[in-house]
Design a protein around this ligand. Structure first.
Ligand code: PMP
Length: 419
């Protein structure tokens, strides 16, 4: 049984069960939102009394807040291997970051809106913003090598300005080899943005090493609370693109007829910034950076292997894979239980075993449809704070459910169980 790599908040939460004593919560839904690290909570408590207006005041606490905010920005950029000329925009989350970049896509060489290429397996956050412009959706092949070949062929066929691709799938945890993807796109003259929401919390990702142009990710999946995320990468599009929000802080000079905008990152950060969110995300980056990446990857790989092996061995349980040849998937495992509604199974796991999993279509409707899972599936996910016992509990609970069902009468309303 593995112990967590880093302490997280909420790990001792006791949850009620139907017909049994309360039990320690098994949070196997960290891919949706990960609990804050204990060190992040401490840092937030430390800086909470200190915040004041950022970039807007001469008072002492305004200076402290401004310094904290800008130092956090540097930490966040460094954590994802930003190059010296890269920009880090503090956003709300991955969705915000990708929408921001979508507003900065320049015209193509033909003067028409720049074309963006995406795969059909993307989270809606990395699909819908591009579809508002000029996007082509390519169906991924069932192997990594086949998908790389399909990308190469499509990029050669049509001129694209950007390839927007997940760094790790939120449905299967699997990734394409990022440096290869970047080379294929760059060779064809397209830039690359990585949806890092699922990879950044679990593996050391580097813009400099991979050559990717931008990466987007979320604080609340990176062991910091809700409220802050980031878009990190090349300056040129961000300096010339339409400011994401119009308002104070994003402007140099406002006249009644003409406004002169700031360059990035201020250009895209109108309004009072979320200094506590940025500090929390930076604290999470610091804590993750201090862990040996091999230790973290091994911890999650052991848990993932146990999940895949344990679940696959249960009759009627099928684990989903996009690319069986993908290397080093992160700890996200999606499965279906034959003959059972995913929402009901998830409610059973919660009500009788104190286990939190995600059910549904994971904001990836086109992929779930392609996989024949239009009714949804169940997703279990692990991270630095996950203990081996939680994974064992899930496997035992599903074995019991499949063998004998449940005798307890409860109903599921809006995804929650009630007796
Ligand atoms: N991309 C991926 C791969 C995700 O898993 C998620 C969150 N489920 C998002 C984007 C969107 O993240 P957020 O809701 O934090 O904007």
């Amino acid at each position: 049984h593995l112990d967590p790599v880093l302490p997280v908040t909420g790990a001792e939460t006791l949850v009620p069960r139907v017909g049994a004593a309360p039990i320690r919560y098994a949070n196997l839904d960290v891919a949706a939102s990960a609990p804050a690290l204990a060190s992040v909570a401490e840092r937030v408590a430390e800086v909470l009394p200190l915040y004041a207006s950022v970039h807007r005041g001469a008072g002492y606490l305004s200076q402290v807040s401004t310094a904290l905010y800008e130092a956090s920005r540097r930490t966040i950029g460094d954590f994802v291997g930003a190059r010296p000329d890269d920009v880090t925009v503090v956003t709300r989350n991955t969705t915000d970051s990708l929408n921001l970049l979508a507003g900065c896509v320049p015209a193509g060489p033909d003067g028409l809106p720049g074309r963006v290429l995406v795969l059909d397996l993307e989270h809606h956050a990395n699909l819908l913003p591009w579809q508002r412009g000029s996007a082509t959706v390519l169906t991924a092949a069932p192997t990594v090598s086949g998908t790389l070949a399909a990308l190469r062929a499509e990029l050669a066929r049509t001129p694209y300005v950007l390839l927007a691709v997940t760094a790790a799938s939120n449905v299967t945890g699997e990734s394409l080899p990022l440096a290869d993807v970047v080379k294929i796109a760059h060779d064809a003259g397209a830039r690359v943005v990585l949806d890092g929401a699922q990879l950044v919390p679990h593996r050391r990702v580097s813009l400099a090493r991979s050559g990717a142009d931008w990466i987007a990710f979320s604080g609340h999946k990176t062991y910091a609370p809700f409220g802050a995320g980031a878009l990190v990468g090349r300056r040129d599009w961000l300096d010339s693109g339409t400011p994401y929000l119009a308002g104070g802080g994003a402007v140099r000079q406002v006249g009644l007829d003409e406004t002169r905008w700031q360059s990035a990152p201020a250009r895209h950060e109108a309004g009072s910034p979320n200094v506590i969110g940025a500090v929390a995300l930076a604290a999470a980056c610091d804590a993750l950076a201090a862990v040996d990446p091999a230790e973290l990857a091994e911890h999650e790989a052991v848990l993932r292997r146990r999940l895949v092996d344990g679940l696959s061995a249960i009759e009627g349980v099928e684990v989903v894979s996009l690319w069986p040849d993908a290397e080093d998937p992160v700890g996200v495992v999606t499965f279906a239980v034959e003959g059972h509604d995913p929402g009901f199974v998830a409610a059973y796991l919660s009500a009788e075993h104190g286990i939190g999993v995600r059910d549904g279509r994971f904001c990836a409707h086109p992929l779930l449809s392609r996989l024949g899972l239009t009714g949804g599936a169940i997703r279990a996910s692990v991270g630095v704070g996950t203990a081996g016992e939680e994974v064992e509990r899930l496997i035992r609970a599903l074995e019991t459910f499949v063998a004998q069902g449940t005798q307890v009468e409860y109903t599921v309303v809006d995804g929650c169980w009630t007796v």
